[in-house]
Design a protein. Structure first.
Length: 393
């Protein structure tokens, strides 16, 4: 995913080929109610994008991202029928996170880059590496109940946590760091009990010390100082900064979106309206210079209206409910998967506030494939042969 150029596309193509082969065998498919809702939402998100494309007369390229949801349906059916083994899944996270750390170190120290960007772009690289580190951390916590020879897995998963975190730090992706309190809340919700309060408090203390130490690193310190400076400059009327430009376009969207809230704007009319607002003197030229709104949900709203926004929000809510209700499961495997699922959806929602996480091919594919993978394995835990405490190989 992060260790090779276009690795995200290769993985998705292999999964798609496997899913088409599976469907070509004409298997008997049995879906639970939640499965049907998930598949329906994936289809609806695509249809909303298609309707928006026809209604606005946009270029065919505007169907690129919506088509990913449609293509995900066969993969979803494959994951339900053949859930991924946790040993393979965690091995992938470990290798991916360590590879991300290696790429980040290579860029920083061999190429002399100020920030690691990998093959996906700096923000995406840092956020996805951090997400893999979170998955490795979840496996580390539940290691004893997930794997045979847990000591070896624990060492490997810890290396994954370090590798992904290291890549995140060198990327300077601040939007990812903001999600860490949410991740801690998810882990506490899942694992905090009276019997382990002291252990959890001690772990949080160690994490706090680690966070304080990390915050003194030059990259982290400089990125936070730059954020504070950008906010101060924006308050003084300067929008020619990274955050200042985003604040300005979000302010403009408060004028643009209410004009066409249901169906949104065509791409051409949207650009024209931004230019008109800038020409009127109400907003700075920064509004027309940004490639996008830097907010996934505002971008959907302004270009597809509530027609496109509501199904995506429904997908987020459904996923949080599906995984969230198993955070306290007595089955340690289901609980582990719930932690991963809630962390994925919650973190991506936070990342999406300042970046187009569901509007870029690499991050969208990561989200969809990870979501459906966790869903498929968790779904398999509801079958009669899946009993609490079973090791999953």
């Amino acid at each position: 995913m992060l260790g090779t150029p276009r690795g995200y596309a290769l993985g998705a193509v292999l999964l798609m080929a496997a899913s088409l082969y599976y469907l070509a065998l004409r298997p008997a498919i049995s879906l639970a109610r939640d499965d049907k809702i998930m598949a329906s939402l994936l289809l609806i998100i695509f249809l909303a994008g298609a309707v928006s494309w026809l209604y606005h007369g946009n270029d065919l390229s505007s169907l690129d991202m919506p088509s990913r949801y449609l293509l995900a349906i066969p993969i979803f059916l494959l994951m339900l029928a053949h859930p991924v083994k946790l040993t393979w899944l965690n091995a992938g996270f470990i290798v991916g996170a360590i590879a991300a750390g290696a790429v980040a170190a290579w860029e920083r120290y061999s190429l002399g880059e100020a920030r690691a960007a990998g093959f996906t772009g700096g923000i995406q690289f840092g956020d996805l590496a951090l997400m893999m580190a979170v998955f490795c951390a979840a496996g580390f916590v539940a290691c004893d109940r997930l794997f045979y020879k847990p000591c070896l897995w624990r060492v490997a998963l810890l290396l994954g946590v370090v590798g992904g975190s290291y890549a995140s730090i060198l990327s300077g992706a601040r939007g990812g760091w903001v999600a860490l309190p949410f991740v801690i809340l998810v882990f506490c919700t899942a694992y905090l009990r009276r019997s382990n309060v002291k252990w959890v408090v001690a772990s949080l203390g160690v994490m706090a010390i680690g966070a304080i130490t990390v915050s003194t690193l030059p990259m982290v310190e400089s990125r936070f100082e730059l954020a504070v400076k950008d906010v101060q400059m924006y308050r003084q009327g300067n929008t020619a900064t990274s955050l200042g430009a985003r604040f300005e376009i979000w302010r403009a969207l408060k004028v643009i979106i209410p004009q066409k809230p249901l169906m949104g704007w065509s791409e051409a009319d949207y650009e024209t309206e931004k230019e008109r607002l800038v020409a009127s003197g109400a907003f700075s030229p920064a509004v027309t210079k940004l490639a996008n709104t830097h907010n996934t949900f505002l971008e959907l709203w302004v270009l597809q209206g509530l027609l496109g926004l509501v199904p995506v929000l429904a997908l987020v809510v459904l996923s949080l409910v599906y995984f969230g209700r198993r955070l306290r499961s007595a089955d340690p495997v289901a609980q582990y998967l719930a932690v991963c699922g809630v962390s994925l959806v919650g973190c991506f929602t936070i990342f999406a506030q300042t970046q187009m996480m569901l509007g870029r091919n690499n991050t969208l594919l990561f989200f969809i494939v990870a979501l459906l993978t966790f869903w498929g394995v968790l779904r398999s835990r509801t079958t009669p042969q899946s009993l609490p405490g079973n090791h999953v190989l």
